[in-house]
Design a protein around this ligand. Structure first.
Ligand SMILES: O=P(O)(O)OC[C@H]1O[C@](O)(CO)[C@@H](O)[C@@H]1O
Length: 617
């Protein structure tokens, strides 16, 4: 056992110490020691054409019913007496990548477990899945938890490879569950970890192992999203960390900041950051893939933006990209696939460039040496490229600069020399202290996990609905992991044929969804007007402390960014229109300043009550 795990962080700074005192909120149904378990409809899968394949792969855990947790019946709402509740033995493992809030899952699980029966035991697996395979545990107690409450990182237990997949791994996990006589195993992670959790649950049922397997959606990427899961723990936190560069850019007016954000298969982090901070450009992987934009088309798009801004005398800007962008560009994807196949065939790294097809070799040679080196790195556990290690923002900045020089020489660009600074806001965001929202959400999910195990559920994920509402309105539930699965398809041939193993796949940005629609509406204003918005870093107290991801709240609520803009521009509104002016006049005045098409939403917002003189007629 590594002596450092679970050791008190004596050097904690004042903010860390204060955060450790924050008590996460619980919805009413979780405030007692027990819950009422209500069973709903049997489930199929979110992918109807893949249902048969999922049912075949998961014969014992497919089709289970949805479950909701409610306040127990009875006057006191107390549920079963403590002597009717046998102690429960649970293990918890950090399987996925670290994400702000993960520690609170353990804390919530521990508190619920001890409230259920103080004799219950919680083991944390040290070093993630490898600790699970090797049965390396740390008993989680109040003392152990003390300095990890509401703290970032996964350092309470650490993590290793996010994989419980090979038969050797599955059998090692089962042996540990049996040796520790576990009633439940809680697996904390994103799409990959929860797919593995489903497989482990199925295997344990088939082998008559009593341990129930429960998944908890923790991933900063925000791509574990479906009709049961509204968002993942950590996403809110990481999206609050980029806005300062916008103000820096506009202050000196000389740099373009190229910012790469986490998000391998989907651009949720980049989209949320854009809606939070209003950078000038956002290039999303989903858009590029849909339009099949080539690398040079992406570069030209950025250069056109730079040029349009230069015509307004602006030589600064902020551009956001997700780390997965590079894989969304068709020719880059094909190149990465070729490299991946060569890796899978154990071709030595030094020989890969010589074994590429002629067109791939040509593209590879065209790329700057640092990108070539990064593309050749060994793959992730899911066989994808190590996107966090590929400096796509530097590749874009490099090619944009070359194109701007070319345009200057050809007389097509007359602005100042293009100058860029690149950032990857990945790991630093990932290690942040979690926001209040992530602290609460994770703590609640930890509680739900215990009640799932107590109810004997296996192959389920802990879920919370109504997250956009205050905590007392959150609805606690559990959904079968198989219900979230789909099967990858061949796009060739007559009709799509399901292939491959069913899994929970990352959900891309919905290009027909409200969040994306909002971004499209604002794109030209963002590009040219520099309406940078500063949500600030994470705030634990005061006005920003309960702010939630815009992409989470947008489905049913007004877009607060516009309200804030309207507030900012109120003085200007007063110079343009007179009190009591008509609705159309006010609308035109606001439109002229904030260039939004959904001004009516702004005007019908309760903020109008704060502007009595400007109520429209
Ligand atoms: O810590 P590692 O192994 O570099 O992992 C990086 C990856 O993990 C994530 O942060 C979370 O899945 C990805 O966005 C990123 O590509």
């Amino acid at each position: 056992m590594n002596a450092d795990y679970g050791a008190p962080t004596e050097l904690a700074g004042p903010l860390q110490q204060r955060r450790a005192l924050y008590q996460p909120r619980l919805p009413p149904c979780l405030q007692g020691a027990t819950v009422r378990v209500e069973y709903g409809d049997a489930t199929a899968t979110i992918d109807p054409t893949g249902a048969h394949a999922v049912a075949q792969a998961f014969p014992r855990t497919y089709g289970q019913r949805l479950v909701t947790f409610l306040t127990p019946d009875g006057a006191a709402g107390a549920g079963k007496a403590v002597d009717e509740r046998p102690p429960i033995r649970v293990g918890v493992v950090f399987s996925g990548r670290q994400s702000p809030g993960g520690h609170n899952v353990v804390w919530g699980l521990h508190d619920a477990l001890k409230a259920y029966n103080p004799q219950s035991i919680l083991y944390g697996f040290i070093g993630g899945t490898e600790g699970l395979f090797a049965n390396k545990t740390l008993e989680i107690t109040d003392d152990v938890l003390a300095s990890y409450k509401n703290q970032g990182g996964f350092d309470l237990l650490g993590r290793s490879i996010d994989q419980i997949r090979s038969s050797k791994q599955v059998s090692a996990a089962m042996t540990t569950c049996q040796d520790l006589n576990l009633d439940g195993l809680v697996i904390v992670g994103g799409v990959t970890s929860n797919s593995d959790a489903a497989q482990l649950a199925e295997t344990l049922v088939q082998k008559n192992c009593k341990t129930k397997v429960v998944g908890v959606p923790v991933s900063l990427n925000g791509d574990l999203k479906n009709q049961f899961v509204e968002t993942t723990v950590g996403f809110d936190t990481v999206c609050k960390l980029i806005s300062n560069v916008c103000l820096d850019a506009i202050s000196a007016g000389k740099y373009y900041y190229f910012v790469r954000l986490m998000g391998r298969k989907a651009s949720h982090v980049a989209l949320e950051c854009a809606l939070q901070s209003h950078p000038n450009m956002l290039i999303m992987g989903e858009e590029v893939a849909l339009s099949k934009l080539t690398l040079m088309e992406v570069i030209n798009k950025i250069c056109d933006g730079v040029q349009a801004r230069a015509e307004l005398g602006k030589h600064h800007g902020v551009l956001l990209i997700p780390e997965g962008l590079i894989e969304s560009i068709p020719e880059m994807y094909a190149l990465i696939q070729e490299i991946s196949n060569l890796h899978n065939n154990n071709v030595p790294v030094t020989e890969i460039p010589t074994q590429l097809s002629p067109w791939a070799a040509a593209l590879f040679q065209f790329l700057p040496p640092f990108i070539r080196r990064e593309l050749l790195l060994h793959q992730e556990s899911d066989n994808s490229a190590q996107l966090s290690q590929i400096d796509t923002e530097q590749l874009l900045a490099h090619l944009v600069e070359a194109e701007m020089i070319k345009r200057t020489k050809e007389g097509r660009y007359k602005g100042k020399k293009f100058s860029s600074v690149c950032h990857f806001f990945g790991y630093q965001a990932r290690g942040s202290l979690p926001s209040n929202f992530d602290c609460d959400y994770a703590y609640v999910l930890g509680h739900i996990s215990l009640h799932m195990i107590a109810a004997g559920l296996t192959g389920y994920m802990a879920t919370v609905a109504n997250l956009k509402d205050p905590v007392h309105k959150w609805r606690c539930a559990a959904a079968p992991l198989t219900a979230m699965m789909s099967v990858r398809r061949h796009l060739r041939g007559p009709g799509a044929i399901p292939i491959g193993k069913p899994a929970i796949h990352p959900s891309p940005i919905d290009l027909k969804g409200k969040a994306y629609e909002l971004l499209r509406e604002k794109a030209s204003s963002f590009l040219l007007d520099d309406f940078y918005r500063t949500p600030g870093g994470i705030q634990f107290e005061g006005p920003g402390s309960d702010a939630k991801p815009i992409t989470l709240t947008i489905e049913d609520q007004d877009y607060m960014g516009d309200i804030e803009m309207l507030k900012l521009y109120l003085d200007k509104v007063k110079t343009i229109v007179k009190p009591g002016c008509s609705r159309d006049t006010l609308k035109a005045a606001i439109s002229s300043m904030i260039s939004v098409t959904h001004v009516l939403t702004v005007m019908s917002h309760p903020l109008n009550a704060e502007l009595p003189l400007y109520h429209f007629n």
